[in-house]
Write a protein that binds this ligand. Structure first.
Ligand code: GLV
Length: 327
């Protein structure tokens, strides 16, 4: 096929191979760093389609310059880097890769929860710093998770996998807060839908699994942390801007909550002198939720198939704005 596709990062070969087989003309950005907004526009102008990811800013300015694009295929489940309303009004279909990384991301949320409960990252650092010292009968104490209450903010595909892990491993009670109730998950998990206030007040572990939207941006701020239990663990593996980072830092320093596990930070990347990195009850990872070979391969295949199916049959199997193809 004559179509020219701009591939903005080094995505796994599994998906790229599929695109090559279709004889698309691919331009691969081979640098480690993402393209700047200017580089992205200058290159996208010369292509029919875009295979991009969360480090690419597909905003109103980009879309105005690149309104000719026939499809945008995002290698990620989240798409807050894309102005979907603008793409929709220009009639550009936007694909994404839901569920490919649900197991991988739930593993990171679950792992961070345990790591925070037992101060694992901090204790690892004490050994590196030569501070193992002696066995301390009352030192380095963490907390147990058995029968505790897990609160999920955004019980969707990934939230359900996290809740299943917590239920099976620790028999945790599951509560959640969503705009719309997830009745299938309620049945599967004995989960109880609660309002936001109750989610804050009752959760021993509060794990965020929502999309970043105007409604969820900095939803976890000083006032929210103040309404949580002083023993609570806050986990965010969704998007950093869902929490207010300075407020989170203060909440832990002042004992409003006990600790936090973050795979996403606000902003990203987190600077190496960020005080959160030095706290006993905090574990931070550099946005690696989907970082397994299995998940990334599947994401690349889904992102490629969204483009391939669009050019073969006029449909995008996993689409953010299906209304574009209906009209
Ligand atoms: C990763 O953050 C994703 O949205 O897939």
């Amino acid at each position: 096929m004559e179509k020219k596709i701009l591939v903005t990062r080094l995505y796994p070969r599994a998906g790229i191979r599929l695109l090559e087989k279709e004889n698309f003309h691919l331009t691969l950005w081979k640098n480690e760093r993402p393209m700047t907004s200017m580089e992205l526009i200058e290159s996208a102008i010369q292509h029919h389609a875009l295979l991009c990811t969360l480090t690419d800013r597909i905003d109103q300015h980009f879309l105005t310059q690149c309104r000719h694009l026939e499809i945008i295929s995002q290698f990620a489940v989240g798409y807050d880097n894309i102005d979907v309303a603008a793409a929709t009004s220009l009639g550009i279909p936007v694909g994404f890769t839901p569920d490919a990384m649900s197991e991988a991301t739930a593993d990171i949320a679950f792992g961070l929860m345990i790591a925070v409960a037992r101060k694992m990252f901090f204790l690892h650092k004490t050994i590196i710093n030569g501070q193992w010292g002696h066995f301390k009968p009352t030192g380095n104490l963490g907390c147990e998770l058995k029968n505790k209450t897990l609160g999920i903010f955004g019980l969707g595909r990934i939230g359900v996998k996290m809740a299943l892990r917590c239920k099976h491993a620790y028999d945790m009670n599951i509560i959640y807060h969503n705009r719309n109730r997830n009745r299938a998950a309620e049945k599967l998990l004995d989960a109880v839908h609660v309002d936001y206030e109750d989610l804050l007040a009752q959760s021993d572990v509060l794990s965020v699994h929502c999309a970043l939207t105007a409604e969820t941006r900095e939803r976890f701020n000083r006032s929210a942390f103040k309404r949580m239990k002083p023993s609570a663990i806050f986990i965010n593996t969704a998007r950093g801007p869902v929490h207010h980072e300075k407020d989170l830092t203060l909440a832990i320093q002042t004992g409003d909550i006990w600790g936090a596990g973050l795979d996403v930070t606000n902003p990203e990347p987190m600077q190496p002198d960020n005080p959160l990195l030095f706290m006993e009850n905090v574990c931070v990872l550099p946005h690696v939720g989907s970082g397994t070979k299995e998940a990334r391969d599947q994401m690349s295949v889904m992102a490629a198939m969204n483009i391939i199916e669009f050019y073969r049959n006029g449909r995008v199997p996993h689409m953010v704005n299906p209304e574009v193809l209906k009209s």
